[in-house]
Design a protein around this ligand. Structure first.
Ligand SMILES: [Zn+2]
Length: 206
């Protein structure tokens, strides 16, 4: 998000509500999930933004999100938008972990914080992985919702635990549908395996 970026914005309708995306010619900057809470009234699916008003990474991101929600089998064939948020431009731990997650953990899979730490080459850094998840600027695309506790709890998610459960259920990663509002069959606690850690959250919340 340096000054050279001419950032464009777009909105993608989804079963979770309106998802706001932003990016420049060089790549996607952010995906913002709807605020936690009951989904807004379902909006009509919109075609990806018109070329005159958008940039290629946003068009690709909108198409990718549309497929994610409507036709996951098509995801394999779709290009991933380039990423241009600063976290992906530096060779930081957070950038490394997020890239590894994007590359290694596909639709329908889950990984624990510890496993992801090991995949990223830092097997003792499970807590730092939790922090990295909180810094994810592009949730869903970089699938921080697929990072769960090794003890089986879903962990937390700043988009709302209900959203994390919805996404995992959408991917077939929950054994049963999420409980109705007001209760969850899954522990809402932080990861027991991360002793004393508060790092099990994702994408910016606390
Ligand atoms: Zn940019």
């Amino acid at each position: 998000m340096d000054a050279a970026c001419a950032v464009k914005h777009s909105v993608v309708a989804s079963p979770l509500g309106q998802i706001r995306i932003s990016g420049c010619q060089q790549g996607l900057h952010e995906i913002k999930l709807p605020a936690a809470g009951p989904p807004e009234a379902p909006a009509r699916p919109e075609p990806p933004g018109r070329p005159a008003e958008t940039v290629k990474p946003l068009t690709e991101c909108a198409a990718w999100l549309h497929a994610y929600f409507q036709e996951p089998a098509a995801l394999r064939e779709l290009p991933l938008p380039a990423l241009h948020h600063p976290v992906f431009l530096q060779d930081s731990f957070t950038g490394q972990v997020l890239r590894k997650l994007l590359e290694a953990v596909k639709f329908g899979e889950v990984v624990s914080y510890q496993q992801l730490a090991a995949l990223a080459g830092h097997p003792k850094a499970a807590r730092a992985v939790g922090s990295a998840m909180r810094s994810n600027p592009v949730p869903i695309l970089v699938p921080c919702h697929r990072v769960v506790c090794s003890g089986g709890a879903v962990g937390n998610y700043s988009g709302g635990l209900g959203v994390k459960e919805w996404l995992l259920d959408h991917e077939g990663s929950l054994a049963a549908p999420p409980a109705p509002a007001g209760g969850s069959r899954l522990a809402r606690t932080r990861c027991g395996a991360l002793r004393g850690s508060s790092s099990s959250e994702c994408a910016g919340g606390d």
